[in-house]
Write a protein that binds this ligand. Structure first.
Ligand SMILES: Nc1ncnc2c1ncn2[C@@H]1O[C@H](COP(=O)(O)OP(=O)(O)OP(=O)(O)O)[C@@H](O)[C@H]1O
Length: 240
């Protein structure tokens, strides 16, 4: 499905990724873990076109998406729910969600029934359903984060990149986010997940990669990583 080979990217002259290779098979959840500054967000941005990668190969369903502009990559069926709360503050919750479907309406992908998808997104995110007419800018931070995630779902994508969906959320909302990820997985949605809660990410994922200083240091089935002494010591110790 999504195949990344020897990806290199950075900011100006500073190289952050030094040849990252990741495979995300169809229907699977793959997690990318690593400490602060390892390059997780940079990897996600380079895949979705928010940042222009400098070298490597990226294909989605066998088609090249390396170096394409982000809106073209979205049309190919890749949704990116970025870190932070990127919503349109003056629009309602429902209109934010409808905008999530926009790339697919203007692209070559099937239009599908947008209204149906809106109802499906509301069912997945009950908190948003209760607030569908509320201005997005007046939602709580956690709710805005959920809205950003729901908007990615609205693209009806082949794959969703989720960058720290639980960041800054109260514990009860973190549980809700993971419940939603689990449900999307049951529906067969392919996901690449970056998460600060490595244990929770490995519990939902099929496979994991550990990024250290812009390189993949360890990879393996999630079950295996959960008991890997180096991974446990660095990422699954107290507090995670
Ligand atoms: N816009 C930018 N300009 C310059 N350097 C940047 C920029 N964004 C990130 N970096 C640097 O790139 C490196 C990797 O950052 P990145 O955000 O990808 O890490 P991360 O693994 O996602 O970290 P975190 O878990 O803290 O979000 C860091 O050293 C960071 O300072």
């Amino acid at each position: 499905m999504l195949s990344i080979k020897n990806l290199e990217a950075g900011y100006g002259k500073v190289k952050v990724l030094h040849g990252v290779s990741i495979e995300v098979p169809k229907g699977r959840v793959v997690t990318l873990i690593g400490s602060n500054g390892a390059g997780k967000t940079t990897t996600m941005k380079a895949i979705s076109g928010m940042l222009a990668p400098s070298a490597g190969e990226i294909t989605l369903g066998g088609k090249n998406i390396f170096g394409l502009e982000s809106h073209r990559i979205a049309r190919q069926g890749l949704a990116h729910s970025p870190e932070g709360r990127r919503v349109f503050p003056t629009l309602s919750v429902a209109d934010n969600l409808l905008l999530g479907a926009f790339p697919r309406l203007t692209g070559s992908r099937a239009r599908g029934d947008v209204q149906n998808d809106l109802e499906r997104a509301m069912d997945l995110f009950p908190r948003l359903k209760e607030r569908r007419q509320q201005q997005a800018g007046t939602l709580s931070g956690g709710e805005q984060q959920m809205l950003a995630m729901a908007r990615a779902v609205m693209l009806n994508p082949d794959i969703i990149l989720l960058d720290e969906p639980s960041m800054g959320l109260a514990p009860i909302l973190v549980d809700e986010v993971f419940r939603i990820i689990r449900r999307l997985k049951e529906e067969g949605v392919t996901m690449l997940l970056v998460e600060q809660f490595a244990a929770a990410a490995l519990a939902v994922a099929d496979y994991g990669y550990v990024l250290e200083n812009g390189r993949i240091a360890v990879q393996g089935p999630a079950e295996q990583l959960k008991t890997d002494p180096a991974v446990v010591a660095a990422y699954l110790g107290g507090g995670h």
